[in-house]
Ligand binder design. Sequence first.
Ligand code: SF4
Length: 67
Amino acid sequence: MTVDRGRCMGSGICAALAGSFFTLEGDRSRPVSGETAPDETVLDAADSCPAGAITVTEDGRVVGPRD
Ligand code: SF4
């Protein structure tokens, strides 16, 4: 999972929804860990990001945000 810090607007929604996966650093989010399995919590956060800044991949395929 990646966070595009250029797109992130620091809303903090991802950290509120999935605090073990995202943390705010300054006024932008970053993943807590580089390698994160695309579980439901992470996918929900990606779906909820108002900036579309979170991309979740699995085996090189983009699986989130979902449509
Ligand atoms: S939800 Fe999106 S815009 Fe908000 S802090 Fe997380 S990555 Fe940034």
